[in-house]
Write a protein that binds this ligand. Structure first.
Ligand SMILES: NC(=O)c1ccc[n+]([C@@H]2O[C@H](COP(=O)([O-])OP(=O)(O)OC[C@H]3O[C@@H](n4cnc5c(N)ncnc54)[C@H](O)[C@@H]3O)[C@@H](O)[C@H]2O)c1
Ligand SMILES: [Zn+2]
Length: 363
């Protein structure tokens, strides 16, 4: 078990990573000074797997667990479901000091975090992420949100958790595709910031895929640390945090063009390889380093080429929509070598299009 600390918006919070970590939820609540009710929000799938363990841990620490279970799925990141949670909190007489415990993937984390940020202008929040994506990405950094009117994450807030408990043994239940979804963010973090970690991944990908407990613990702790370090330096998302979007500009375009048949991590994997191609064309990175990125992603079971049936015009137009959001300038995070990226807002559109075409499966 590893315990480390994350410094965000003036609070220091604890990040506990390791197999069986969620058994410590009750103790952690006590350590934070809570003594009465703790509200656990989870989904049916996660609740069936780990709900009883969390309830026991909370009761053993002398608190009363109040568990709210909602259906799984992105649809639940809605104002309607937030409203259901507000209703529960009203009915049970929740107080300003009642902690919310988000037990689940990024959907539960974002939704519960949003409710925690808004109910009584802010309830204490604990994140217990149970997908790899949630452990390495969504539970870190304090962004919480719901989706509204077909737009994703457009209604939200910044609300830091008091503590994050990432129990790596929960990942044993995760379908392989969800593991890959998180691994794309892991490889991304190593590529943008930490060449040593990248080498570790190259040496240990088999252990990671086999869910070797020490390897997973290191992967989750290091990736979470990289994200928290970047966020800590740029908490309000103004500049540096952009580097966390490596692979995401093109990745979103690809995800959208596939009508979400490709999951986020798959889009990002292809997007990172395409960004590395772009950097290669601009003479910014060696062939060898660009190649190391694609090989590592392939070994993680992720795609690296754009499927032949995706319409390049749709990929480009989805990227153009992103551009509108960014004051008319499309920003690319381009790797200069393993462990280092730069932000570029001056890449000619024609070059982007040509590079995309060269990244197609049939190119
Ligand atoms: N806040 C942020 O900074 C941030 C960053 C990245 C992504 N996100 C958000 O995260 C969400 C995606 O998160 P996700 O990929 O974790 O998806 P998810 O929360 O939908 O979880 C995926 C599925 O796995 C199930 N599940 C969860 N843990 C499990 C386990 N241990 N074993 C078996 N099944 C399990 C869930 O019930 C769900 O059906 C998106 O809504 C995205 O917008 C937020
Ligand atoms: Zn992402």
């Amino acid at each position: 078990m590893r315990t480390t600390h994350v410094w965000c918006s003036g609070n220091l919070y604890r990040l506990t990573v390791g197999p069986g970590a969620l058994q410590q939820t009750g103790e952690e609540l006590r350590r934070l000074g809570f003594r009465s009710t703790a509200v656990v929000v989870t989904d049916e799938t996660v609740g069936a797997l780990f709900g009883a363990d969390i309830e026991r841990s909370i009761s053993d620490a002398g608190l009363s667990p109040h568990v709210i279970t909602i259906p799984p799925g992105e649809d639940q990141k809605s104002l309607a479901t937030a409203s259901v949670l507000y209703e529960h909190l009203n009915e049970m007489g929740a107080e300003r000091s009642t902690p919310l415990v988000a037990l689940g993937g990024g959907v539960i984390g974002d939704l519960t975090g949003f409710v925690a940020a808004t109910y009584f202008r802010g309830l204490p929040l604990l994140q217990i992420p149970t997908t790899l994506l949630a452990q390495v990405d969504s539970s870190i950094g304090g962004k919480v949100a719901i989706n509204h009117g077909m737009l994703k994450n457009n209604v939200g807030a910044f609300h830091q958790p008091l503590s994050v408990i990432a129990d790596t043994s929960t990942l044993l239940h995760l379908p392989a595709r969800d593991l890959g979804n998180g691994l794309a963010e892991v490889v991304k973090s190593a590529m943008i910031r930490d060449a040593g970690f990248f080498e570790f991944l190259e040496a240990s990908m088999d252990e990671v895929l086999g869910q070797d407990s020490l390897a997973l613990e290191k992967v989750v702790a290091l990736t979470a640390r990289i994200k928290s370090a970047v966020v800590q330096e740029d908490e309000r998302d103004s500049g540096l945090r952009n580097i966390l979007n490596f692979g995401h500009t093109i990745g979103h375009g690809i995800e959208t063009a596939s009508e979400f048949a490709l999951c986020h991590g798959e889009g990002v994997a292809i997007g990172m390889v395409a960004a590395a191609r772009l950097a290669r064309t601009l003479g910014m990175i060696d062939e060898e380093d660009a190649e190391r990125l694609s090989s590592l992603l392939l070994r993680a079971g992720l795609p690296v080429r754009i499927p032949a049936d995706l319409d390049p015009a749709i990929v480009m137009s989805a990227m153009a929509r992103d551009k509108k959001r960014l004051d008319g300038r499309l920003r690319f995070i381009l790797p200069t070598r393993v462990g280092e990226v730069v932000v570029r807002a001056d890449v000619p559109e024609q070059l982007v299009e040509d590079t995309l075409l060269s990244c197609y499966d049939n190119a």
